[in-house]
Design a protein around this ligand. Sequence first.
Ligand code: NAP
Length: 498
Amino acid sequence: MICIPIIANTVDDVLRDMAEASKVADIIELRLDYIKNPDLKRILERRTRPVIVTNRPTREGGKFDGSEEERVAMLKLAIRLQADFIDVEHDSIQYINRDTEPRVPAGKTKLIVSYHNFRETPADLTDIYQKLRQCGADMVKIVTFANTITDNIKIYRLLQQAQAPLISFCMGEYGIISRILYKRFGSYLTFASLQKGKESAPGQINIHELFHVYQPQKQDKHTTIYGLIGNPVSHSISPIIHNTLFREMDFNSIYVPFKVDNIGDFIREFRELDVKGYSVTIPHKESVLNHLDAIDLMAKKIGAVNTIINRDGRLVGYNTDCDAAIQALEDINQASATGTKNDRLQGRHVTLLGAGGAARAIAFGLHERGAQVTIVNRNYERAQSLARDVGCISMKFNNLPEVKTDILINATPVGMFPKINETPIDKDRLKPGMIVFDTIYNPIETRLLREAKTQGCKIIGGLPMFANQAAAQFELWTGVTPPRELIREIAYKKLRGE
Ligand code: NAP
């Protein structure tokens, strides 16, 4: 179930937001602590969905700063007015005693006893849960703050052990996955804000994004989990792409972003959740190799993994960036070369800017196709080292004007959002007929590509490569080839903000 908290300050605004939220939510949480002079009777009379009445004190992260008697009196009033639920903090539950507070009619209002920790996710969650269970409430709610991604696993374990309905998840950016995966984790409900800016707690995702990207209504205890390992991950377009593919192709699967600091801890702890596949992005593509059970030959050669498959508990690493980039190049290159697709790069001079993960993948792929590759990088030692590994040549940035090249590839982040006015190479070095491939896909057309177009070059953006690698990942995970056109369409829409 999805609960939308109402955090408006006036009764009129509460009624407006409650009506709006009731169109999409299963339950509404009425935050009395936000409302000036709350007319609870009027509000509850207008409800069309079950309502949880909460009057959170400042000590538990709420806004109510009056006396405890005053605060509890409002919760007792909610019981007399037959609210569907009241949420009572664990340290005030003794004031809402079932025996001394007659319900009207008896048993109508359900009691949620809650524990909130805005600092951390403590280790003794089971003890906290058992204590709260003994309060005699109808339901327990345990909400903690995630300081790291592995805190979510503590909540997952707690939910797996719970003997009765439990609401539990982590707050904060690291805790977002526990909110999205609430059904798979086993929480009775999750919270989503009515819109951006109306969050009642850190990390709360808005209802539009939750429905549009993650479709929680389709999730159940058997939903297969996939995800993106990286840092940062919040702006990635991979969740919308893979979740749309899962929906269109009728898979009971979900793809979520994992913001990871320590890759070793993450891989070890998350084996328990049995995530079936991962995409890997900056900064973990290289360091993840040490934590996997097996690595595909090409990924080992490249020294970077961007895809992981879970084969019966064994995590196997692959690199789909290499083929994705080569395929994008071969597609644009077909009009300007004869022969079969596989020899279109044979003998062509390619200048590759960058020596990081993407450049490594592209350099090995090009070398395999017989291209004459020159690596140019800011850190020249790194360029030399990659050139040695691949078996090609390297060159200093300053010597670039002398390079005669058929294809120029940018595999650095220069020109990427938000620094969209930057370009890795002077316009004058771009010659008519050259193919210019920028691996950056945000923005869709970089300054480098715009200038290359005016110089009479053929251009190729990062989106085809991105779509190709996403398609290859999807195929490795599911065994099914997804429509590449659909991937490009979703990516274009997302990047244009549609
Ligand atoms: P990475 O491993 O961090 O490597 C970054 C590379 O860019 C290094 O060679 C670095 O040079 C160079 N660089 C960084 N800032 C620079 C600057 N200000 N001036 C000159 N060179 C600079 O990153 P990566 O994973 O290879 O990603 C590189 C680019 O590829 C990113 O823009 C990313 O968006 C793109 N990419 C695209 C796709 C796709 O599907 N389209 C897939 C993967 C990556 P130093 O060695 O001197 O630090």
